[in-house]
Ligand binder design. Structure first.
Ligand code: F6P
Length: 341
C-alpha cells in the first residue's frame, strides 16, 4: 500500500515516534511505501513530499519536534483546498492518509474524510483536550517539564519570600495546570474551565504568609480568566488562524496579587519550553502504539477514524465523535486538586 503521513498544528513531543512507528510497521511488516508530506496540510496541498524510508527515520524516536515540519494551515480555509488535497492524493495513488494533529487538524481531517479521502487520524496535543482518547502523547512530557520548573521555582521563591505565578499552556483546558500543580504541590491552581475568584485566590496566598510560610506558588493555565469585573483585565487578541493570543495571565495575575497582598510577586511564563525536547518514555510508547494502530486501520480500510487510548487499550473512534467536543477538567478532578492547596 501507499500511505501518506503529515504532522499539523502546534508540534508536540512524540510526533517523531509516531512517524517512525508508521514507517516501521508499514515498510518492514507490510511492505508499504510511506510518503511524508512537509509542513502539515501545506505539503498535501502544494505537493511537497518525500518518501520515508527506514533509514530516514533512524534515530528519531527520542527527538522532539517533527522531521516533517508543521504549520497551522487548514485545507478548508484555502480556496479549493479540499478538492486540491483530494486530487493530489488520487494522483499519488494513496491508499491511506494519516494526519497527526490536534483539534483543528482533526476537524480538517473530518472534512477531507467526508469528501472521500481515506483518512485515519492520530490525535496529538500537549493540552490533552481531545475528548475521545483518555490521553494524548506530549501531555506527559509537558507535565513533567512544568513540574520540574515548579519544583525549581519553589527554592528561589522561598529565598525571596515571593509569590510565583507560573503560566502553563492550555488555551481551553487546564489539564497541564492541574497535573503539574498537583505533582509539585502548588498552593493554587487556576484553570480556564472556571473563571477565578481573585478575592479567594488572594486569601489563599495571604493565609500562607500569615501562617509563617515564606512563599506561594500559583499555577495558571494561559486561557484562564477572572470572574467578570473583579480586577483590571486585558483581553487577548485573535491571530491569523482565529486563535486567541493571550496577553499574559501570569503577568496580570501577579500584578494584582502583589497589589492585594503587599508581597512581591513574579510572573513566569513557561511557554513553548513545554513543547520542546525529548518525549518521556510514556509519550514514546503511546505515540509508537498510535502509529502502529493507524497503519493497521489503513490496512483494514477503517477510514474516518482516529486512534484512541481507552484504559490500556488502543481503539478506533469515528472522526465525527473525536471532534465533537473538548475534554475539559471536570469539577471533581478540580476538587481533588483544591485539597492540595
Ligand atoms: O495546542 C497546543 C498549544 O500548545 C496551546 O496550549 C497553545 O496555546 C498553543 O499551542 C500555542 O501555539 P503556537 O505554537 O502557535 O504559539
Amino acid at each position: 500500500m501507499r500511505i501518506g503521513v503529515l504532522t499539523s498544528g502546534g508540534d508536540c513531543p512524540g510526533l517523531n515516534a509516531v512517524i517512525r512507528s508508521i514507517v516501521h510497521r508499514g515498510v518492514v511488516d507490510h511492505g508499504d511505501e510511506i510518503i511524508g508530506f512537509e509542513d502539515g496540510w501545506r505539503g498535501l496541498l502544494d505537493g511537497a513530499y518525500r518518501e520515508l524510508t527506514i533509514d530516514s527515520v533512524s534515530g528519531i524516536l527520542a527527538q522532539g519536534g517533527t522531521i516533517l515540519g508543521s504549520t497551522r494551515v487548514q485545507p478548508q480555509s484555502l480556496r479549493d483546498g479540499v478538492p486540491r488535497a483530494k486530487e493530489l492524493c488520487e494522483s499519488l495513488g494513496l491508499d491511506g492518509v494519516i494526519p497527526i494533529g490536534g483539534e483543528g487538524t482533526l476537524k480538517a481531517a473530518r472534512l477531507l474524510s467526508d469528501a472521500g479521502l481515506p483518512i485515519v487520524g492520530v490525535p496529538k496535543t500537549i493540552d490533552n483536550d481531545i475528548a475521545s482518547t483518555d490521553v494524548t502523547f506530549g501531555f506527559d512530557t509537558a507535565v513533567s517539564v512544568a513540574t520540574e520548573a515548579l519544583d525549581r521555582l519553589k527554592t528561589t521563591a522561598e529565598s525571596h519570600q515571593r509569590i510565583m505565578v507560573v503560566e502553563v499552556m492550555g488555551r481551553h483546558t487546564g489539564w497541564i495546570a492541574l497535573n503539574s500543580g498537583m505533582a509539585a504541590g502548588a498552593h493554587a491552581i487556576v484553570v480556564p474551565e472556571r473563571p477565578f475568584d481573585i478575592s479567594k485566590l488572594t486569601e489563599v496566598v495571604q493565609e500562607r504568609f500569615d501562617r509563617g510560610k515564606k512563599f506561594a506558588i500559583v499555577v495558571v493555565a494561559e486561557g484562564a480568566k477572572p470572574e467578570p469585573d473583579t480586577m483590571p483585565w486585558e483581553e487577548g487578541t485573535i491571530d491569523m488562524y482565529g486563535h486567541e493570543r493571550f496577553t499574559g495571565v501570569a503577568t496580570q495575575l501577579s500584578r494584582e496579587l502583589e497589589h492585594r497582598t503587599g508581597k512581591e510577586a513574579r510572573p513566569v511564563i513557561l511557554g513553548h519550553v513545554q513543547r520542546g525536547g525529548t518525549p518521556t518514555a510514556y509519550d514514546r510508547v503511546l505515540a509508537t502504539r498510535f502509529g502502529w494502530h493507524a497503519v493497521e486501520a489503513v490496512h483494514k480500510g477503517a477510514f474516518g477514524h482516529i486512534t484512541a487510548l481507552h484504559g490500556t487499550d488502543i481503539s478506533l473512534v469515528p472522526l465525527a465523535e473525536a471532534v465533537s467536543e473538548l475534554k475539559t477538567v471536570p469539577a471533581d478532578r478540580y476538587a481533588e486538586a483544591e485539597t492540595v492547596i
